[in-house]
Design a protein around this ligand. Sequence first.
Ligand code: ZN
Length: 874
Amino acid sequence: TAPTRLDAYRAPAWRVETVELDFELAIDSTEVTARLHLRRDPALPLPLRLDGENLELLSIALDGATLPPDMFRYTDNVLEVDGARDGSVLETRVRLRPATNTALEGLYLSGSAEAGFLLTQCEAEGFRHITFFPDRPDVQARYTVTLRADRDRFPVLLAGGNPDGAGVLDDGRHWARFVDPHPKPSYLFAVVAGRLQSIERDYVTADGRAVTLKIWSEADVIDRCDYAMDALERSMRWDEQTYGRNYDLDVFHVVATHDFNMGAMENKGLNIFNAKYLLADPDSSTDDEYRHVESVIAHEYFHNWSGNRVTCRDWFQLSLKEGLTVFREQSFAADMNSASLKRIEDVSLLRRAQFPEDAGPLAHPVRPAQYSEINNFYTATVYEKGAELVRMLAGCLGREGFRRGMDLYFARNDGHAATLEDFLGALGEANHTDLTPYLAWYGQAGTPRLQARGKYDAAAHTYALTLHQHTPATSGQPQKHALPIPVKLALFDGAGQMMILHMDGQTAKPQTECVVVLEADEQTFVFHDVPTAPVPSLLRGFSAPVILDCDYDATELALLLRHDPDGFNRWEASQQLATLAYVELRDGGASHALEAWLDALSALFAHNDIEPALLANLLTPPGEVEWAEREASVDPARIHALRQQLQRHLAERIGADALHQCYLVLAAEASLSLDAASQARRRLKQRVLELLCLADADTAQPLAATQYSSAPGMTDRLGALTVLLRSAAAQAPAALAHYRQRYDDNALALDKWFMAQAQVPGETALDRVSTLQRDASFTLKNPNRVQSLLGAFVRANPSGFHRADGAGYRFLAGQLVQLDALNPQVAARLATAFNGWQRLEPGRREAARTVIDGLADRDGLSRNLREIVANVRK
Ligand code: ZN
């Protein structure tokens, strides 16, 4: 089938004003009756065409009369109906088979046929797997949903909207009805039915609405939902205070499932969560996982305005809701925890996940121009780069200006399906400024390279900063244009003090930090009254998603690393310095940068007056994936070895004794407390243990073994297990066996058992993963399990996956073919691990090419996997 194109968008000829849906629910066979009240646009005299996939049509009637067979056609996933007019009511009845729906799209079964429950996933195009409908986000309808099911098997019946009655039928069944007063697109529809428990809390919104919050899960994990409830309440308050957004129904339900393709889903009034992002308890969740739960709860809740009340006109605008909501979620997390740490985490993720995507054959604009399978575009580019673009706009407008713009955006588009133009238009209009130049960011793929060159004129006391931008060509976009790039900057003097900035034509109050916007290929910005040659600190806070190339020398970076008052920029200086050190090691030349990095960090470590979480981050060099991005011919084994070498140098410079002492101090206060300070100390303790293991494994391994067995919670336990595994400690097998037994009935904890082993670097990883793949607990049917073993291996273990003989690639291809037959969405996501193969060194490249060609030539792949394989091959 031909791809869908943005420039081919047409408004819908037919809309649905209201829809009544009746479900007769059962595991093997569910019947769905839909009554669509249709509206027709008289200007678009097109036949009525509805989407529908894999539907068994039982009956069809138009305006109360059964339709004769020559009045409708159901072919190629489209139902075409003759004779409908404006105001017609179409009634269809279909049968679904939830128990055999392994794609987890539409209505499906979570868990076993005996004990599991039924649920739906409709974004992006799952609703057409439930009933015939114009399944596109610009068709917004009012939903009335009635569920009927056996009372013993399905004691809980839920749908989006407000409850509108329930009762018992005389044949052992019962029913429940829900009415959603807010018109919504079909992708926000949801139903849940089964044996579930709940926890409940009353909430009153800032504008006075009493809301019942309920979180639902299966009985065995209901005691792990409290943290999510707290996070939900914090999210709701924050959105009221920060954006003036109130919740708008009488109930808000959240449901946890172990079988979910994505992280979570913002269905109106009935969010559905991957259990991984909802359940949390100290015994099975790490600190990172707690923070993920808080963020994802916030993210889905925030969608109620940025996504649901204002939705997307079409799926090309996906970032309108996702980029914006990720940005909102990031701001919330920054307010809840530490802003600079949050920024470090987010920028690391962007560099690890989005930059490689933008640099390889899968590169696409934040607003893609075309797609074959929309599920393949839930990417780091649409989400994370999209959030960076919103952050840039917010930065341009300032806090109050951005709020003004958001108010106008929500007010003007409430109840509508909007575009990115509507978004930028409202932000600009509310601030009497034109933001349209920023639209170019949404249409152009690839990460811009920003080159900065400074020139100090000692006689004139001027500093001229020349910025130059260039974006490399990406697949299908050979020509790139200059983008507006805001560069936040400061100038430091030799003593590490920030200078007062005086710029050409600027009359504003002198400041130590300013933003210049590069609007052309190249521009020079001149600063006056600069007493000495400055060290520039550029792109502060990561003010634009670009790759900065500044000809810093090691001394300058070390100065920023020591003195920059901003935690993020300090970290950034350490990352750049570590990268220079890596290049020195790689090329076998001088070691100025290495020495500067080691000196600066060992001094910071010894002084011990720095925030522990920041110190842990400073002590961590960029990851292997980031460094691979710098190479023209990537040898992942070599990069891994160099990074290990660099860290060993660091461990030795700090010294085993100092590391040991620091570890003992931190270990003495082991606690379960979740406050930021406790989390930070656990993080530093882990980093110190890892470094100690490099400097002195004989000391570190027994400490790790003790930490494993006496750990009060999962952060310490998993951290210790990881150190034991990665250093091939004698104590590792016993710890693994213990873990396996202790968490045998805890799916999320067991996922981490698979993951920890899948991520152990080196050539032997594949053998371990192949063995685990045959483990009784491994199944391709559960997306979390697939991610924890196969995803962790192919994405987070470069030296293991990219084995020189290509066996990793052949293994992945074999798994993909099996997985694709069960779950195309998950298979396609996993296949993106082939991204970047063109830049591998020749041996690995040829091995990868053979495997990818073999996959591309196979018959019977899903549309999802086929599109990824075809794109990655380009
Ligand atoms: Zn989202």
